[in-house]
Write a protein that binds this ligand. Structure first.
Ligand SMILES: CC(C)(COP(=O)(O)OP(=O)(O)OC[C@H]1O[C@@H](n2cnc3c(N)ncnc32)[C@H](O)[C@@H]1OP(=O)(O)O)[C@@H](O)C(=O)NCCC(=O)NCCS
Length: 240
């Protein structure tokens, strides 16, 4: 029986290795803008819990929402120019099946980001209000030696490629690159429990939690549309 179990475990590990050969990882650059925004429109905006909870009765809005413009477009441009954003591609089709968008934030970027706020569409304002609220609870530059922060902006893996380690690999690659480029701290806002597992597993610690299922955490979102993902967490990791 024990032998049988270990044979099954070995077989599934082999299968995993075999499937992983189909995936290539690479740095995303400004040239990937169109592919990335299409991927985000189709695979992130339609699944990320806060987006679902913010517009539950208006799911059609997702199909018309575009990450190419508004504040999202502004941040994506910044992420793609940053040298810390990675993509996963299916070798067979060349399709983007995962993206970890991130950028390096310094104290002087804070003013620039205020100008991005003016670009927010109504759809963005609703979802982003919670992200900004929880993000503001952690002072990124609290430690005097922190000058560069690896700011995790968005993570998505295509539905049919999930649960095979792609999200974990992308976060790991971005974290390592951020460290190489001199970031002292990495920061992420987590809206999906699966994503929380990735960051915990990579040594990130939870700094703040908003539980939207409590009366104090109620921000008027439709929790029933969020598939149990009612916690929004800020996680950080010291990199140097
Ligand atoms: C969250 C997301 C990026 C995870 O990507 P992924 O490639 O499936 O992640 P991994 O395969 O590396 O798995 C991460 C963890 O989730 C678990 N997991 C992933 N899919 C799962 C599933 N369908 N059922 C159960 N567990 C699952 C894995 O077992 C792993 O857990 P472990 O670290 O304890 O072993 C992906 O689900 C996604 O894009 N969701 C929609 C967008 C979103 O919510 N983004 C994150 C916002 S913070």
């Amino acid at each position: 029986m024990l032998l049988q179990l270990s044979a099954v475990a070995n077989f599934s590990r082999l299968l995993q290795m075999d499937r992983d050969k189909d995936i290539g990882y690479s740095l995303l650059t400004p040239e990937d803008f169109d592919q990335v925004t299409t991927f985000i429109d189709e695979d992130f905006l339609t699944r990320e819990p806060l987006n679902l909870g913010a517009h539950p009765r208006n799911l059609g809005a997702h199909s018309t929402a575009s990450s190419a413009s508004g504040a999202t477009g502004w941040y994506l441009t910044k992420c793609l120019a940053s040298g810390v954003s990675f993509g996963a591609r299916d070798f067979k089709t060349g399709a983007l099946v995962g993206a970890r968008l991130a950028y390096i934030k310094t104290k002087t970027d804070l003013a620039d980001e205020e100008s991005a706020d003016e670009k927010k569409t109504e759809l963005e304002s609703r979802g982003l209000s919670v992200i900004e609220e929880v993000g503001s609870k952690v002072n990124l530059f609290q430690d005097p030696d922190v000058e560069k922060v690896l700011y995790m902006y968005l993570l998505s893996v295509r539905r049919d490629f999930c649960n095979r380690g792609i999200g974990t690999k992308l976060v790991q690659m971005t974290t390592e690159r951020g460290k190489e480029l001199g970031c002292q701290l990495a920061f992420a806002t987590i809206t999906n429990m699966l994503s929380g597992r990735i960051f915990l597993g990579l040594g990130y610690e939870t700094r703040y939690t908003l539980d939207m299922s409590t009366p104090e955490g109620d921000r008027g979102f439709d929790l029933s549309a969020m598939e149990g993902n009612t916690m929004v967490q800020v996680m950080t990791k010291r990199l140097g």
